[in-house]
Design a binder for this molecule. Structure first.
Ligand SMILES: Nc1ncnc2c1ncn2[C@@H]1O[C@H](COP(=O)(O)OP(=O)(O)OP(=O)(O)O)[C@@H](O)[C@H]1O
Length: 259
């Protein structure tokens, strides 16, 4: 339940605007990869190409390849819905479905994917997913209460439970802690560390300490100026990026000199 991602010369467009140019990189299974870089360099845009969420925006498209264990996500006839089942996503703001119970929230993706589940299989899946996201003990006695009644940190772990309930291969996280307090942030970081034993995890973060705490590999993106495309500048082991990067711009960014 963890696959390798290979990106080959990917260009990402919004209509005529080339937002991200020429990215090639390999993302290893059972590891955490962090995307860092200044605002507007295209981290979130690039992340969304890894599960074909980018194309949800009108006139948005890519050229190049994204391979998941060798299969091109952009190959002819590939169904984006099936891609998104294999490559789950967690967003910046926790977004549980407000009218649904905690239980229904966990099962929401599974129901959307039309998997018919018996009551006992559904119960097992809810328990397994909530245990997997370290939320079970806190909510097991109120599974039928609304998901919106949880704290922000709990809601984010509920969203992670919803993402893992469909048994994806990859989890994409776009600044998953930016709306959370420090305690909830550490809970999510601990969880990411546990989840990487089963999933390929990619996380966008503005927080350098977070990138160095949670990730094995770090990709630094940068942009030459407004209207210019974002580019992958350097990609290496996280310890190398934060201690002895090759590029001067990486060093300036990680040491807080810009961005
Ligand atoms: N829906 C959209 N339509 C057109 N352009 C967009 C859209 N979303 C983002 N962009 C542009 O694409 C470029 C990259 O944006 P993106 O949000 O991916 O950067 P980012 O590095 O994730 O920034 P931040 O760190 O601020 O979230 C920016 O120039 C942005 O204005």
């Amino acid at each position: 339940m963890s696959k390798r991602i290979e990106v080959n010369d990917l260009n990402v467009y919004y209509g005529d605007f080339l937002a991200v140019e020429g990215v090639s990189m390999n993302i290893e299974p059972r590891s955490v990869t962090a995307f860092i870089g200044p605002s507007g360099c295209g981290k979130s845009t690039f992340l969304r190409t890894l599960n074909r969420m980018h194309e949800v925006i009108p006139k948005a498209y890519v050229t190049g390849e994204v391979l998941l264990d060798g299969d091109n996500l952009y190959g002819p006839g590939v169904d984006p819905v099936l891609v998104r089942r294999q490559v789950g996503m967690v967003f910046q703001r926790p977004n549980p479905f407000p009218t649904m119970s905690i239980r229904e929230n966990v099962l929401a993706g599974v129901s959307l994917n039309n998997r018919r589940l018996s009551k006992s299989d559904a119960d097992d899946l809810v328990e397994r997913s909530l245990k997997g996201s370290n939320l079970w003990e806190e909510v097991k006695d109120r599974l039928d209460k609304p998901g919106s009644g949880l704290s922000g940190g709990q809601q984010q772990r509920l969203c992670i439970a919803r993402a893992i309930a469909v048994q994806p291969e990859v989890l994409l996280m776009d600044e998953p802690c930016s709306a959370l307090d420090p305690i909830s942030t550490l809970a999510i970081e601990d969880l990411i560390d546990e989840l990487k034993t089963e999933y390929t995890i990619v996380i966008v973060t503005h927080n350098m300490q977070q990138a160095s705490r949670v990730s094995d590999r770090t990709a630094f993106f940068n942009i030459a100026g407004t209207g210019k495309p974002g580019k992958l500048i350097e990609y290496d082991d996280t310890s190398t990026i934060f201690s002895t990067p090759t590029e001067k711009s990486t060093e300036d960014y990680v040491s807080g000199r810009f961005g």
